[in-house]
Design a protein around this ligand. Structure first.
Ligand code: GLN
Length: 507
């Protein structure tokens, strides 16, 4: 194993420890990842912008502080990729949309500031579906990201760039955001770990809003412990976000280190599975449940009868919020401006800018949302959806009386081919069938790798959902699963990833 290979395949926890012990420097770790990005990103296109100079300067600063005897956090000096939906002062932020091309935020989001404060080194910004609307990264205004497991397939979305960066060994960690599944679904189809914390546990300040009552940022990583360490860094109260919860962050790191599920009651959601689910997804889900049961968990089947309406509910509430949040892109305040040749009235600039700057999916949702909120339709559509949202939240409450966590497949299928679902919005939306209920109820949820589907050799994700504020349970189950399955496979799932063209990864 070459030096570079050992640096890019190490876990974030290992890297942090070795940097703190001065066995390796943050600068060499960061350089190794920048080299991997150079070697692979032409094929993968995970990054929209790489911030080479600032990353190396941040790494050198961490090395200097450690050399001076400072004791920093467990991830100090470890590189990370950030979804291009989070503002990072001085670096272009596009949200994957042409309408924000060239816009440079004058401030950093709270999540980015927490990363900086913890000494993490930001490598750059990752690709996403436009304004995080999509399940394949194909609605990005800057071209799609490719799945490192099979470059002809999508890495999921909207956070396909973050998941692809992690699974292509370009970064050990990444930040994603999840409105309906955009952390968990990409994690599932790239064999990564991705967690959506309880709504309100991670500040939304400085994150470009898609649907504010659903959006939540969270960690993407290759191991459960790494995801927990990152979760710990970014979670916690922030007065700058009015929906931020002022409560203690659950001990996610302790849970990830323990993985003790003896006596934990695990509820398998009966509504997910069957028609539309790939056989390999069903098989690996069942095996994961069996592995957890062998580790001492009690398994029960739990019905959540309203979950079948979650997709329809989401596709009313989300576009309604989108239509309102995206009204600010008017050609006046941010990024692109079209038709500003002196004679045009403000309305003309607005129409031309929005017409040119937004892609098809953003327009579809703005129109749908405006319709659902309009006089005469509000009660029938938006109002009904809000009622159903409450019923879905009650399903969770009732379920958590019978069990400590709920589990299900993370996605109905493995990674699909680029182009396959672009012309069929419903097929695309169905990618998030299993992930959306957790957003509607605001509970914690995560996807953990649980094997490869025999029919196509592609990763399958196992979803765990916890009651609000009990995010530690996600990691307890994730760690148990990782331990049981690693023993069974004789290595990490990602170590089975096929070689990328041009990659320096050696297995
Ligand atoms: N794929 C879902 C959508 O298109 C979820 C997106 C997200 O979580 N940001 O809305």
């Amino acid at each position: 194993m070459s030096d570079i290979t050992s640096l890019i395949t190490a876990t974030a926890a290992e890297l942090g420890q070795r940097i703190a012990a001065r066995e390796i420097s943050s600068v060499e770790v960061v350089r190794a990842h920048l080299d991997q990005i150079t070697a692979t990103d032409e094929a993968v296109h995970a990054f929209l912008v790489v911030d080479t100079e600032r990353a190396l300067a941040q790494a050198a600063a961490v090395d200097a502080r450690i050399a001076a005897g400072e004791r920093l956090g467990p991830l100090a000096g470890v590189p990370i990729a950030v979804k291009d939906l989070l503002c990072y002062e001085g670096l272009p932020t596009t949200a994957g949309s042409r309408i924000l091309e060239g816009w440079v935020p004058p401030y950093s989001s709270t999540v980015v500031r927490r990363l900086n404060d913890a000494g993490l080194v930001i490598l750059g910004k990752t690709n996403l579906d436009e304004f995080a609307m999509g399940s394949s990264t194909e609605t990005s205004g800057y071209g799609p990201t490719h799945n490192p497991w099979d470059l002809t397939r999508t890495p999921g979305g909207s956070g396909g760039g973050s998941a692809a960066a992690v699974s292509a060994y370009q970064a050990p960690l990444a930040i994603g955001t999840d409105t309906g599944g955009s952390i968990r679904q990409p994690a599932a189809v790239t064999g990564s770990v991705g967690a959506k914390p309880t709504y309100g546990m991670v500040s939304r300040y400085g994150i470009i809003a898609m649907a504010s009552s659903l959006d939540q940022a969270g960690p993407v990583a290759r191991t459960t412990l790494d995801a927990a360490l990152l979760h710990q860094v970014i979670a916690g109260h922030d007065p700058l976000d009015s929906t931020s919860i002022n409560a203690a962050v659950a001990d996610v790191v302790g849970a990830a280190r323990s993985g003790d599920v003896k006596g934990l009651r695990i509820g398998l959601v009966t509504e997910f599975g069957g028609e539309g689910y790939a056989p390999g997804v069903e098989l690996r889900t069942r095996e994961a449940v069996t592995a957890l049961s062998a580790a001492g968990a009690e398994v029960v089947e739990v019905s959540c009868p309203h979950f079948v309406h979650a997709l329809a509910t989401y596709y009313l509430i989300m576009p309604a919020e989108v239509s309102s949040n995206l009204a600010r892109y008017d050609g006046m305040r941010y990024g692109l401006r079209v038709g500003d040749d002196g004679d045009n009235a403000v309305e003309t600039v607005m129409r031309l800018t929005r017409g040119k700057g937004f892609g098809t999916e953003a327009k579809r949702r703005i129109i749908l949302g405006t319709y659902a909120l309009s006089a005469g339709y509000y009660d029938a559509f938006y109002g009904s959806a809000q009622k159903m949202r409450t019923l879905i939240a009650r399903d969770f409450t009732a379920a958590f009386e019978q069990c400590d966590v709920l589990v299900s497949p993370a996605t109905p299928t493995t990674a699909f081919r680029l182009g396959e679902r672009v012309a069929d919005p419903m097929a695309m939306y169905k990618s998030d069938l299993c992930t959306i209920p957790a957003n509607l109820a605001g509970v914690g949820a995560a996807s953990f790798p649980c094997g490869l589907a025999p029919e196509d050799g592609l990763p399958v994700g196992f979803q765990v959902m916890s009651p609000a504020l009990a995010d530690d349970r996600l990691y307890l189950v994730g760690a148990a699963l990782e331990r049981e399955l690693t023993a069974k496979w004789g290595g990490r799932l990602l170590d089975q990833a096929p070689l990328l063209p041009g990659t320096k990864v050696v297995r």
